[in-house]
Structure formats: C-alpha cells, structure tokens
Design a binder for this molecule. Structure first.
Ligand code: GLC
Length: 425
C-alpha cells in the first residue's frame, strides 16, 4: 500500500515537473534592438542566432535608427505605450538616468558577472541600487588619419588642433591638385544630435573649458575657453571640413574617410575594423591617435561613450530576455566582437588577451586614453540630461554654422542651462 502511494506520488511529481519544464521550454520569440552602425546588425544577428540555436528560441532584430538621439526617441514612444514589442534594448552610457523606470533590475540574473566589467560603467548602470543594464562595449573618441598621406607629404600626425588644421590643409590642397577634387582635410560629427555633444566636449577638454556642468552640478559652460574652443571648431568649416559635416553623423563621416576622401576623421573605435575590412580602399593605411590638444602637451579630449544591454520592463519574457543579455555581454561574445568589429570590451580581462590586442593594436597603446575618457554630465543632471545635451549641441551648431557668435551662443546657453537646472537637477 505504502509503495503504491509512493509510486503514485513520484509519478505525480514527475508529471508536474515535466509540465513546468514544458512551460519553460516552450519556444519563445524575443526582439532585440541592437544597432545599425558599422557591423552592429551583422554582429548582433550572428550572436543572437548562436543563442537561439543553443536555447531553441527565436530572436528577431528590431530596426534601429543610426542616430542615438533618434533611437532614444523611439524607445520613449515604446516605453510610454508600455509596449512589449522589444524585449532587449541597447542603452547608451548616458541613458540609465533617463529610462530607468522602464528597465528590469538584472541583479537576480547576473550571478555577479558585473564584477568582471569596468566598475565605473557598472556604477553608471546602477540606479537606485538596481543594476539596470549590463555593459556591452565601451567607446572613446579618437583621431583616425591616413598614415600613407601624412608620409606622402612628409608631415607628422598632429598633436594640437592648430597642427591638425595645417596638416589637413596641406594634404587637402595636394590631393585636390592631384585630381581628387572632393578630397577633405577633416570630417567629424556636427549634425544636431548627441554625437555633436560628444565631439564638442572633446574640444572643451582640449581647451580646458570644463564639461558643460561640473561634477557638483554647477553650470560651468560660460568661460573664455569655451569661446576659444568653439571659435576654433568653427574655423574648420568650409576650410578643412566641408559644410556638409553640419549634417554628418558617425556613418556619414566614415563614408567619406573610408572611401579615401579625407585625411582625418574623428570617430569611435568601430571605424578601425570597418576601415581595415577586406573591401576597404584604405585597408592598412589608417593611423589612430588621441584627439589633439589646444597647446603642446595639453589635455587631449576623448568623450566616454559605450553601450549596454538591458531588459525592458514591458517584455513578456523577462527571464529569457535576461538570459540573452547575459549571453551577449559574456566574455566569448565580447572577445569575438572586439576581434571582428573593434568594439572595445567592457570586461577588464580581455585587455590582456593576445588575440584581442593583435586585432586592435591601439587598445594597448591608447589604454590610458580609454581609461581617462571624460564622461558627459549625465549622472549629475539625471533626468534632465537630454535637455542639457540638446541645448549644448544646438548652441555649438549655431556657432559652427556661422549663425551666432561664440560669445553670444555661450552666453545664451549658460542662461538656458541655468533655467533647466532651476533649483537642482
Ligand atoms: C557612440 C557612443 C555613444 C554616443 C553616440 C553619439 O555610439 O558609444 O555613447 O552617445 O556615439 O552619437
């Protein structure tokens, strides 16, 4: 009697177990927003397909705009509608304070994996004690240049912005005279979006003009060095840089540089692997250095960028989505992405991995630049960061396009930022 009861109970338990297993094993379809610049799409497709194969689930890629400002706008629409359409989202390093109410705390899924990543990024992604996103890759602005052309004209890679203007002008004049009529000295990002904030912050650093708002939350933009920095940048437009840079994002600048039509480009590390890809006309001809300073030996700006992966609170498959995030941010995936896409890992250990260093020689040489990259003032300004950044890029663009003098624009920006701040951020 006892044995029969025991058998029945065991069978019931097995059935319950199978039922539970059945539910969790039911194949699901997740949607991920993981970028569209450079190799973003292809790389994400490859790694999500690997995860799908391992788990038996399906992953769809959400089509994302190239500009991070447009992407944020799109997320806001989805989040405001509590839409479950996207389960996993890529999150810019400046966004955790802006979209924190819509992201899942990943702490219970991470098994402490976050401790292996750069802790500054983990802190950035932690809001109100919740780990809202796992670091995926980190970015810093760099100067890309044509090694072959610098050598052809017996020049040296510039260390100051004045030198850059001179070297770029010489190469531009020479190449145009040699028949490449569209050749440009310098291309960068100056359309009205977050990318311009990144570029212009680098000019502020080079001119020792602060970081728009300081770590204590004080608005510091109104100083003579900001005026100098913006005037210098405005002097490039129409001389060494085409007026079209006022509508350029990262990919527009890269298109000009990679097709062989520019001597210098400001961009993020991903442009290295793209520029050295098999079909690139400038493969093997690219040099990388820190961006110039304003005076010899002075500070050289590098804005800290980078992306995280997070799970939307509105997802219908939070557990699975978190599993996908942990997989995509893990060491093997970051290593592959670094080797084949020059995405800078956020995992400390990969910076001493010989294969990673062989594929990205600048990682070792510029390690200090990456570690010292300047964060945008997103932590201190919290939910107001997008207004701060938008005011800054608009004021900068007014000066670059020649509409407003640097003095007036900085003066107006100062008042605007103080209004946004009101009593506190
Ligand atoms: C890069 C950076 C990101 C930045 C964006 C601006 O993607 O990683 O942090 O906001 O460029 O365009």
């Amino acid at each position: 009697m006892k044995t029969t009861l025991h058998r029945l109970r065991t069978r019931a338990l097995v059935c319950l177990g199978l039922l539970a297993l059945g539910t969790s094993l039911q194949a699901a379809t997740l949607t991920i927003a993981c970028g569209s610049n450079g190799q973003d799409y292809a790389s994400c497709k490859r790694h999500t397909a690997d995860w799908a194969q391992k788990t038996g689930h399906t992953v769809k890629l959400y089509t994302t705009p190239s500009s991070s400002t447009d992407l944020l706008g799109e997320y806001r629409k989805l989040f405001d509608a509590s839409s479950p359409e996207v389960d996993v989202v890529m999150v810019d390093v400046v966004w955790p304070g802006l979209i924190k109410d819509h992201l899942v705390d990943l702490k219970k899924f991470s098994k402490n994996a976050e401790y292996h990543h750069f802790q500054a990024i983990v802190r950035n992604n932690t809001q109100d004690g919740k780990l809202l996103a796992m670091p995926w890759f980190t970015d810093a602005g760099l100067l890309f240049y044509r090694k072959d052309l610098v050598a052809k004209y017996s020049l040296r890679p510039p260390k100051t912005w004045d030198e850059l203007a001179q070297v770029a002008q010489k190469i531009q004049t020479g190449e145009r005279a040699a028949g490449v009529t569209q050749f440009q000295g310098f291309v960068f990002q100056a359309k009205a979006y977050e990318g311009l904030t990144c570029d212009a912050m680098e000019w502020l650093t080079a001119f020792d003009a602060g970081s728009i708002v300081d770590a204590k939350g004080e608005v510091t933009i109104n100083n003579p060095n900001t005026v100098k920095a913006l005037k210098t940048a405005a002097s490039w437009i129409g001389t060494i840089a085409p007026r079209q840079v006022l509508d350029f994002g990262e990919e527009d600048a890269r298109a000009v540089f990679q097709s062989g039509h520019a001597a210098f480009m400001r961009n993020w590390p991903y442009a290295w692997s793209m520029g050295n890809s098999a079909d690139s006309p400038i493969k093997g001809k690219i040099g990388i250095s820190p961006l110039p300073s304003s005076i010899p030996g002075g500070p050289r700006g590098a804005t800290l960028g980078g992306w995280q992966l997070a799970v939307s609170k509105h997802s219908k498959n939070i557990n699975l989505a978190a599993d996908l995030v942990m997989y995509l941010t893990s060491a093997p995936v970051q290593k592959e992405r670094s080797i084949h896409g020059s995405y800078n890992p956020s995992l400390r250990a990969l910076y001493s991995d010989p294969e990673v260093l062989a594929a990205n020689p600048f990682l070792d040489e510029l390690y200090k630049v990456f570690r010292a990259a300047s964060p945008r003032p997103s932590t201190v300004t919290g939910a107001r960061y997008s207004e701060v950044s938008e005011s800054f890029w608009n004021a900068t663009r007014e000066v670059l396009s020649g509409k407003t003098s640097a003095e007036d624009s900085v003066h107006r920006l100062d008042a605007q930022l103080k209004r946004i701040k009101r009593n506190a951020w």
